[in-house]
Structures are given as structure tokens and as C-alpha cells.
Design a protein around this ligand. Structure first.
Ligand SMILES: C[S@@+](CC[C@H](N)C(=O)[O-])C[C@H]1O[C@@H](n2cnc3c(N)ncnc32)[C@H](O)[C@@H]1O
Length: 266
């Protein structure tokens, strides 16, 4: 019998579990992205902003520090608790599909690293558009070659390698698809009015930092992996990559839909 792939825990339930390690596994928003994102929103008339999927306030915090008035909504209470502990306020629990606000309440609505998680992209974009005066924005990753294409992974793509090691250990996992691939596909399906470049960075980091991040299981597909195969796979990565550094490029852009996208392009 074919093994049944373990389903990836979905949306908010998964983030309830990821919340304690989220900030340690993502790191703070880098300065260049924060400056550029705040400027792109401000020059498009956005001062009062709603961030959907605000999470731990990783984006809302720096935007608030740069003068935007941010309200955050998220389906995961533990993610919001982490945001509150960092001093981010104006937060509420709720879903992207039904926003508890009157029409046109905000200058703009932002989703940051959320688009790829939505089961009903079209419905969420339409609902976001309803409460906004200047359309919907999404901070998206156009490229992150730490996690390359599943078709041709880099030799040092540790997330894909961990996935392959776990499958070799007999762990039933759904095929790994880098989130940025999914986001790129969504942009093709729902073409934005404009795609504003935000940042393009090439970073070199110790492989050990990346391995420690994976070990914390801050990603949905790792949440339910049993401890023993996980420990063996992580040990294998450490033995191969311990003293190495990894150089990779990350490109962020701000998608802007001035009017709600009617229906997906296929
Ligand atoms: C990857 S995190 C991004 C958090 C933050 N925007 C950032 O960039 O660090 C995705 C967040 O979206 C939230 N989320 C996922 N689906 C959602 C939905 N349908 N409605 C509201 N929030 C949702 C999750 O709970 C999680 O906190």
C-alpha cells in the first residue's frame, strides 16, 4: 500500500504550536526591508494600516516604529500573545475571511508572508479590499534560495535536505514545496496592479544557525515528526555542514492590488 502522506497542519492551529519558537526561527525583520516597506506604504497613502496575519508583530512592530498606525488581526491567539509581550498593541483574534471592521476603515491592508497559507485566496483578498481605501498589499518572497526548487535543490539547501533525510528515515511527509514558490504562483493567478521591489539581499550565515532553526521545528511540515528520526536527521546535517557557511539571496516585493482581483487566472 502507498504510504499516506502526513497532512501539513493547517493555518492557525499550526501557528498556535509554532508561536513559542517563531521569532527565534525567523529572526527580526532586517533594516533594509523595514525601511523600504514603510516607505512603499507611506507613498501610497497608507498611514492607518491593518495587518492580517500579524503573528508575533515581526512586521507590525518595525512599521509602528516608523510612524504607521498598525492594527493587527490573527487567527492564532498564542502568536498574538507573543506580539503583545513585545509591546505591539491594537491586536485582535480573527480570521482573514471575515474582518470585524466597517468598509473602508483603513488606508491599506497588508498581508506579510501569509498569502501562501490561505485556503481561499480570492475570498481573503476580496474581504481585505472591502475594509481598505487604497487596496490590498502583500509582502511576498520572490526568491529565497535557502529553500530552492524541489525539482533541483541546492546541495546546501538544508530544509530540503532535512526533508529528504526524514523521508529516508521512513517518516511520512508531504512533498516539500518552498513557500516562496507557492507565493510566486499565486501572483500569476491573481496578478497585482503593481509589484514594488522592496529588498534584494545576499546573505552569508553559518550553516549551524540554519540547522538550529530547523531543530526548533518552526515550520508546519516539521511539527509532527517523531523525535528520534528528527534527532538522527539533524545529527546527519550537523556532521556534514557544521563548519560551513551558506550564502543565499532573498528578494522581497510588495504586491499591490488596487481593486480586488475578480477571479484567479489559470
Ligand atoms: C508566517 S506567519 C506571518 C506573521 C507575520 N506577518 C510575519 O511576517 O512575521 C503567518 C500568520 O498568519 C496567521 N494566519 C494564517 N491563516 C490565517 C487566517 N485565515 N486568518 C488570520 N490569520 C491567519 C497565522 O496564525 C500566522 O500568525
Amino acid at each position: 500500500m502507498e504510504p499516506v502522506a502526513r497532512p501539513i497542519p493547517s493555518g492557525a492551529t499550526a501557528f498556535d504550536r509554532i508561536a513559542p519558537v517563531y521569532d527565534r526561527t525567523r529572526g527580526p525583520l532586517d533594516e533594509a526591508t523595514g525601511v523600504s516597506l514603510a516607505a512603499a506604504l507611506s507613498t501610497r497613502g497608507v498611514q492607518r494600516l491593518l495587518e492580517i496575519g500579524v503573528g508575533t508583530g515581526r512586521i507590525a512592530g518595525p512599521l509602528t516604529a516608523r510612524g504607521l498606525r498598525v492594527t493587527g488581526i490573527d487567527a492564532s491567539r498564542p502568536m498574538l500573545t507573543a506580539a503583545r509581550l513585545k509591546g505591539v498593541d491594537r491586536l485582535l483574534v480573527g480570521t482573514a475571511y471575515r474582518l470585524p471592521f466597517r468598509s473602508h476603515s483603513f488606508d491599506g491592508v497588508l498581508m506579510a508572508h501569509v498569502l501562501h497559507l490561505l485556503e481561499e485566496t480570492s475570498a481573503a483578498l476580496n474581504e481585505a479590499s472591502r475594509v481598505s481605501r487604497n487596496g490590498v498589499f502583500a509582502l511576498v518572497t520572490l526568491r529565497d534560495d535557502r529553500a530552492g526548487d524541489d525539482g533541483s535543490p541546492r546541495e546546501d539547501d538544508l530544509r530540503s535536505l532535512l526533508h529528504a533525510l526524514l523521508v529516508a528515515e521512513g517518516v511520512e511527509l508531504s512533498p516539500f514545496r518552498p513557500p516562496w514558490r507557492k507565493e510566486s504562483e499565486l501572483l500569476a493567478q491573481f496578478p497585482p496592479t503593481e509589484l514594488v521591489p522592496i529588498s534584494d539581499r545576499t546573505l552569508t550565515e553559518p550553516a549551524e544557525r540554519r540547522i538550529a532553526t530547523l531543530e526548533l521545528r518552526g515550520y508546519r511540515n516539521l511539527l509532527d515528526v517523531p523525535p528520534e528520526p528528527m534527532a538522527r536527521a539533524i545529527a546527519e546535517l550537523r556532521s556534514k555542514f557544521r563548519d560551513r557557511t551558506i550564502t543565499s539571496r532573498r528578494i522581497y516585493a510588495l504586491a499591490h492590488w488596487k481593486v480586488p482581483p475578480a477571479r484567479p487566472h489559470h
